[in-house]
Design a protein around this ligand. Structure first.
Ligand code: ARG
Length: 461
C-alpha cells in the first residue's frame, strides 16, 4: 500500500518477514482503532473530511474491531503492522473515505499514541492486581495477627517480630509499587498524536480536543520529542521490574520457610509440585518460577534501555523492538500477581514452629543491652557487657535467660531481679511502640488503616 508510488519492485519476501510487527503488535488493535476514531473526528472538525465520510470511517472502524474480536479478521503480514492492517481493511470496506483517514498523521505519532493508550490501560490492570494481592496479604495478617516469629538479618536469627509484621512489610512494598505506577502514569498520560512523522502537519488539528476525547490529561509540546519519546515504556518496565523484585524476595522467604529444616509454612497441594523421580518431594515451584521470572522482567527493562541508547532523535525503526519486551513484562507481572493472590491464602502456617523458634532467648540479647542503657550505661559499654554474657552462656551451655542474677551481677551491678522479665517475648514486643515497630497496638492500627485503604468488601473480608 505505501510502496506503490516510490518503488518499482515489491519488498523482498525475506525483508517483509524480517520487518513485520503485526504478529505481535496486533494486540494494540483496540487502542489503534480508538485513536483513529478520535483522529477522524478531528479531521471532520477541521473540514478535511465531510460529516458523511466521518460517519463511514467511524462505522467502518467499529465493524473492523468487531471482526478482530470475533477472531475472523485476516491479519496480513505483508502489510507490516497493526496500523496498516486496520487502514487497509478500512479502505477495502468503505473506499475513498478510508483513504483519507491517514491525513495529518504518521505511523510515528500513531504508534506513540497506541503504546501510551496501552500502557495507560495496563497501568490500571496491574494496579488493580496489586490491590488484590495486598488484600490477600491483609487477610493473612488478620488471621495470624499474634503469631510471633524470629526476624532475620543475614538469614541469622536477629530479634522477635510477628508474622503479621512481616506480612505488613510486604503490603508496604506493594503500596510503593502502586504509587510508582501512578507517578509513571502522569508522564504517560500525554497525547502525542498530531506530531506527524516529526514535524507536525500543515493541516492544523485541535489536539487538545483529541486529548480530551481519548482521556489524556495533557498534550505533548514538541513534535520531535513526541515521536522520540519512549521514556514511559522504560519507566513502566522499571515499575514492573520492581514488582518482580518484591515478589522474588517474598518468594525466597517463603521457599526458605517451607523447607523441612525451618518448617514455618507449607504451600497447599494445589500450588506444590512433585518430582518425576522422588515420590516424597513437595516443591515450591510457583515461588521459584516467580523468582526466576524476575530475571525476564529485568531483561526486558535492559532491552528497551539498550534499544533507545544513542538512537538519533525522532523515530527510528529500532523502536519497533520496544513492544515484545513490554508485552512480555505485562503478561509476566499480571500472571505472577494473580498467582500469589491465589496461592498465599492457601498456605498452611505452622504457628507452633514459628513460636518455638522465636522463644530462643538470644533474640532478646539486644533487649538486655537496652535494659542497661535505660539504667544509664553507655550503649557501647552495655553492648560489650552483654556480648560477654552471651559468650559465657554459650561456653557454659546455659541458655541466656537462665544465667542467674548473681552471675549477671558479675558483669554489671545494675542488673536487678527485673532483668528476668526481659525474656518474655510478648512484653518485648509490647515495648516496641515507636512508629513502625511491631507492638500489637501498632499492628492493630495498621490493620485498621490498610482495611480502610484497601476498601475491603464484605465478601472478601
Ligand atoms: N511498526 C512500527 C513500530 O512499531 C510502527 C511505526 C512505523 N513507522 C515507520 N516510519 N516505519 O515502531
Amino acid at each position: 500500500m505505501i510502496r506503490k508510488g516510490r518503488f518499482n519492485k515489491p519488498a523482498a519476501e525475506i525483508a517483509q518477514r524480517y520487518g513485520e510487527s503485526v504478529s505481535f503488535d496486533w494486540r494494540l488493535y483496540r487502542h489503534d482503532i480508538a485513536g483513529s476514531i478520535a483522529h477522524a473526528a478531528a479531521l471532520a472538525r477541521a473540514a478535511i473530511i465531510t460529516a458523511d465520510e466521518h460517519q463511514q470511517i467511524e462505522n467502518g472502524l467499529r465493524a473492523i474491531e468487531k471482526e478482530i474480536e470475533s477472531g475472523k479478521f485476516g491479519w496480513d503480514h505483508s502489510l507490516e503492522d497493526v496500523h496498516m492492517n486496520v487502514e487497509a481493511a478500512l479502505i477495502d470496506r468503505i473506499g475513498p473515505a478510508g483513504a483519507k483517514l491517514h491525513t495529518a498523521r504518521s505511523r510515528n505519532d500513531q504508534i506513540a499514541l497506541d503504546l501510551r493508550l496501552y500502557v495507560k490501560a495496563e497501568t490500571a490492570e496491574v494496579a488493580s492486581r496489586l490491590r488484590d494481592l495486598q488484600r490477600a496479604l491483609l487477610h493473612l495478617v488478620e488471621k495470624h495477627v499474634d503469631v510471633v516469629m524470629p526476624g532475620y538479618t543475614h538469614l541469622q536469627r536477629a530479634q522477635p517480630i510477628t508474622f503479621s509484621h512481616y506480612l505488613l512489610a510486604q503490603i508496604e512494598a506493594f503500596e510503593r509499587d502502586g504509587n510508582r505506577l501512578q507517578d509513571c502514569l502522569t508522564r504517560t498520560n500525554v497525547l502525542p498524536l498530531g506530531s506527524g512523522a516529526l514535524a507536525g502537519s500543515t493541516i492544523v488539528l485541535d489536539r487538545e480536543r483529541i486529548a480530551h476525547d481519548l482521556g489524556f490529561s495533557g498534550v505533548s509540546q514538541n513534535s520531535v520529542d513526541a515521536v522520540s519519546d519512549r521514556d514511559f515504556v522504560c519507566e513502566f518496565l522499571f515499575c514492573l521490574a520492581m514488582i518482580g523484585l518484591h515478589l522474588s524476595r517474598l518468594s525466597e522467604d517463603l521457599i526458605i520457610w517451607s523447607t523441612s529444616e525451618v518448617g514455618f509454612l507449607e504451600f497447599s497441594d494445589a500450588f506444590s509440585t512433585g518430582s518425576s523421580l522422588m515420590p516424597q518431594k513437595r516443591n515450591p515451584d510457583m515461588a521459584e518460577l516467580t523468582r526466576g521470572k524476575t530475571g525476564r522482567l529485568y531483561g526486558n527493562l535492559i532491552s528497551i534501555l539498550t534499544t533507545m541508547k544513542a538512537l538519533p532523535s525522532s523515530y527510528n525503526r529500532d523502536m519497533q523492538e520496544d513492544k515484545e519486551a513490554l508485552f512480555d513484562s505485562v503478561d509476566t507481572v499480571r500472571s505472577a500477581l494473580e498467582l500469589f493472590t491465589s496461592m498465599l491464602p492457601e498456605m498452611k502456617i505452622n504457628r507452633e514452629r514459628m513460636r518455638a523458634a522465636a522463644s530462643d532467648p538470644n533474640l532478646l540479647a539486644t533487649d538486655l543491652v537496652e535494659y542497661l542503657a535505660k539504667k544509664g550505661t553507655p550503649f557501647r559499654e552495655a553492648h560489650e557487657m552483654v556480648g560477654r554474657i552471651v559468650a559465657h552462656s554459650a561456653a557454659n551451655q546455659i541458655p541466656l535467660n537462665q544465667v542467674s542474677l548473681a552471675e549477671l551481677k558479675n558483669f554489671s551491678s545494675l542488673f536487678d531481679s527485673d532483668a528476668a522479665k526481659i525474656f518474655d517475648v510478648g512484653s518485648a514486643l509490647t515495648k516496641r511502640r515507636a512508629i513502625g515497630a511491631p507492638s500489637s497496638e501498632n499492628i492493630a492500627r495498621h490493620i485498621a488503616l490498610w482495611r480502610s485503604r484497601l476498601v475491603l468488601t464484605d465478601e472478601s473480608a
